[in-house]
Design a protein. Structure first.
Ligand SMILES: NC(=O)c1ccc[n+]([C@@H]2O[C@H](COP(=O)([O-])OP(=O)(O)OC[C@H]3O[C@@H](n4cnc5c(N)ncnc54)[C@H](O)[C@@H]3O)[C@@H](O)[C@H]2O)c1
Length: 314
């Protein structure tokens, strides 16, 4: 039997790549995603591809990869993968469900503390000998504040547990669970309608997939429902928050702060609506990426892709 081939198009933990090399022919090129001609040429003989969120597994890639049987996703969002086409082609898509949830949940609680406290915005001033103590004395504690979760799947639920551990109350909205669903009581989270969560939360955190019903979910009207001293954190997907409306709300002081890890277009283009916006933290889609989660995600995907390739063909 010919050796099965795996093409890895974005970064993966070295140990996991090594474990695949022991069993398969592996081409590991973490920058392949940036050159679509090279990417499409590379997948021509591939039985499996392993991607993060930037590689578009679309009609063009699938057409360029006639032998493809397996797509390993080093993460959980599947909006860069044409699932319908994969299904029609009998290509198995394997996400790393649960493996980066802890990283995202810690990012949310840590960032909520940073935004509420606001004490960390004076490094240059303090280094230069100024002492803005009065201005920075109004920071808030997280204990007793309400976390509003939009989306109560794997990451939303883990974020609730972490937030409760630091004394937050938690409310949530998720159309998959009605108010009587056991998951709310089991997690000690109050189920509310979307607008009610937005209106009562001190910290709103988004944990929904990017689908038609969530595109621009947090638009100008929904931002206006939030409390003026509340903060918004988006680690889910770009396109769910209207970035221009958020920038306007922050400039106008209608919201106390925000953190965005994901954007409608990644990387952001210079001169985006978000540039220069006050009380805004930006990170480059790393909420789910830590040394530990990279190892967990990579080894899970290496193992499951290997199993799928070695399983008899359905
Ligand atoms: N920034 C990062 O590094 C990073 C890392 C991991 C996951 N993510 C993203 O986080 C998001 C959540 O991941 P997850 O693993 O918890 O997914 P999940 O599938 O376990 O949960 C998503 C939940 O959202 C709910 N939902 C769908 N539409 C909704 C709506 N209109 N309003 C409220 N809830 C809605 C679903 O019912 C589901 O329970 C995904 O978008 C994923 O891509 C980002």
């Amino acid at each position: 039997m010919t050796q099965r081939r795996i093409v890895i198009t974005e970064f993966m933990d070295a140990g996991a790549v090594q474990s695949l090399r022991a069993r398969f022919e592996v081409r590991y090129e973490p920058t392949l995603v940036d050159d679509s001609a090279a990417l499409h040429a590379a997948v021509a003989g591939a039985d499996a591809v392993v991607v993060r969120n930037r590689t578009q597994v679309n009609a063009a890639l699938l057409a360029a990869a006639p032998r493809l049987r397996v797509v390993g996703r080093l993460g959980v969002g599947l909006d860069n993968i044409d699932l319908e086409r994969c299904k029609a082609r009998n290509v198995t898509v394997i996400p790393a469900t649960g493996a980066n949830a802890q990283a995202v949940a810690e990012y949310v609680v840590g960032t909520a503390m940073l935004l509420l406290r606001g004490a960390y915005r004076a490094t240059d001033e303090v280094a230069a000998g100024r002492w803005p103590r009065t201005r920075l004395s109004e920071g808030r504690e997280i204990r007793g504040k309400c976390l509003g979760l939009i989306g109560f799947g794997g990451i939303g639920q883990l974020t609730a547990t972490l937030a409760q551990a630091v004394g937050m109350r938690v409310a949530g909205y998720d159309p998959a669970f009605d108010a009587g669903a056991a998951v709310w009581a089991a997690q000690g989270v109050e189920p509310l309608a979307l607008d009610a969560v937005l209106a009562c939360a001190d910290v709103v955190s988004l944990h929904v997939p990017l689908v038609d019903s969530t595109r621009n979910l947090i638009d100008a009207a929904r931002l206006a429902r939030m409390k003026r001293d509340a903060v918004l954190i988006n680690t889910s997907r770009g396109g769910i928050v209207d970035e221009a409306a958020l920038a306007r709300a922050l400039v106008a002081g209608e919201l106390a702060g925000a953190a965005l890890d994901v954007f409608a277009h990644e990387p952001l283009v210079a001169g985006s609506a978000l540039a220069g916006t006050p009380n805004l933290l930006l990170t480059p889609h790393v909420a789910g990426v830590t040394a530990e989660s990279n190892e967990r995600v990579s080894s899970l995907i290496a193992q499951r892709v290997a199993e799928a390739l070695e399983a008899p063909r359905r």
